[in-house]
Design a protein around this ligand. Structure first.
Ligand SMILES: *[C@@H]1O[C@H](CO)[C@@H](O)[C@H](O)[C@H]1NC(C)=O
Ligand SMILES: *[C@@H]1O[C@H](CO)[C@@H](O)[C@H](O)[C@H]1NC(C)=O
Ligand SMILES: *[C@@H]1O[C@H](CO)[C@@H](O)[C@H](O)[C@H]1NC(C)=O
Ligand SMILES: *[C@@H]1O[C@H](CO)[C@@H](O)[C@H](O)[C@H]1NC(C)=O
Ligand SMILES: [Zn+2]
Length: 293
């Protein structure tokens, strides 16, 4: 084969197995942010537009994987993508640390941290780079909804559980970040990510409309409810992600069809809740915007 073709394939395979291709893959994060954008109030949309870097070309979704891309450059940010738990009971006070024992250095602490920073938007203080705060927040709200981002310490959230996804060798974490989504996009949506997003959106306004109230239920006005989202993820990891997925398992139709609805619902929840968090930050008057729209 030609050198260019070879290089292309080589690079693709490096990217596919690289550690930074971590966390809801690019597509998962893109979908979460695309869904969120639909529920921004005018004020929120304006503030987001103002904060986005030029490279985003006005679209939050295009920078929702930024936090993964800079993860090895900003090493300190790496633990902010997940939480490891000792067993199927997640507890903030016990589990939200980095490996140097600093409290709050996990995905829940990070969501609250960047929410707090963004509240200073419009003040004259420039202590933080709010463009980065926004890109971190949008990414981490996605991550905390990926069940295996609040998984077990022993297997690094499924990273050390090697499985076959149909015929291809991968690991359980990657199945939940990427494989389930990509298989669905390919098999049901003609490889068109936008049709999958539209289909999830239709379910938000139809199928799940009764549950939206519950998804948005967050009495914690000053912090976010990220801790509740982490508890949900930990339960889903133990009930569905790890179930029937041992070392060397082959995961195929049975696993795919039973877990896909969970992945779709988590993406929808993450999108709706990201909008809720941003609307509360930038447009204090809003709460039940999806209900009333
Ligand atoms: C989970 O692990 C923690 C820390 O090791 C322990 O204190 C707790 O009892 C365990 N819970 C269960 C249900 O095994
Ligand atoms: C909060 O944000 C700052 C600025 O990015 C960062 O240095 C710090 O580590 C963050 N802490 C948490 C818990 O996210
Ligand atoms: C804020 O962060 C973005 C992304 O890292 C960077 O491109 C930009 O130059 C930073 N702005 C300032 C004022 O440092
Ligand atoms: C939408 O909801 C239906 C009924 O619950 C479900 O079968 C379908 O898989 C869902 N589609 C998406 C994209 O969430
Ligand atoms: Zn991530």
């Amino acid at each position: 084969m030609g050198l260019l073709v070879f290089l292309h394939i080589f690079l693709l395979s490096v990217i596919a197995t690289a550690p930074w291709a971590d966390a809801w893959g690019k597509h998962g994060h893109f979908m979460v942010c695309k869904i969120a954008e639909k529920y921004f109030t005018e004020k929120t949309a304006k503030a987001v537009l103002d904060l986005l870097p030029k490279s985003a070309e006005g679209e939050l979704a295009s920078v929702c994987s930024w936090a993964d891309e800079i993860r090895f450059h900003y090493r300190w940010s790496s633990p902010l993508h997940y939480i490891n738990t000792p067993n199927c009971t997640y507890k903030y006070s016990r589990d939200c640390f980095n490996d140097r024992g600093q409290e709050g250095m996990c995905v829940v602490g990070a969501i609250n941290n960047y929410t707090e920073q963004l509240r200073s938007y419009g003040d004259s203080s420039d202590r933080y780079n709010l463009t980065e705060s926004l890109m971190f927040l949008a990414h981490f709200v996605g991550d905390v909804h990926q069940p295996l981002h609040v998984g077990l310490e022993a297997d690094e959230g499924g990273n050390t559980i090697i499985v076959h996804w149909y015929r291809r060798k991968t690991n359980l974490h990657h199945v939940w970040d990427t494989e389930i989504i990509d298989t669905a996009t390919r098999d049901f949506y003609d490889d068109n990510i936008n049709s999958m997003i539209e289909s999830i959106q239709r379910n938000i306004t139809n199928g799940w409309s009764d549950e939206i109230d519950h998804w948005e239920n967050c009495h914690n006005k000053y912090k976010t409810c990220a801790n509740d989202y982490a508890i949900e993820s930990n339960h889903l990891a133990c009930r569905y992600a790890y179930k029937d997925a041992e070392q060397d398992s082959t995961l195929a139709d049975d696993y795919f069809f039973s877990r896909l609805p969970i992945v779709e619902e988590r993406i929808a929840q993450a999108g709706v809740r990201l909008a809720l968090i941003l609307n509360r930050i930038f447009d204090g008057s809003v709460d039940d915007m999806i209900q009333s729209s």
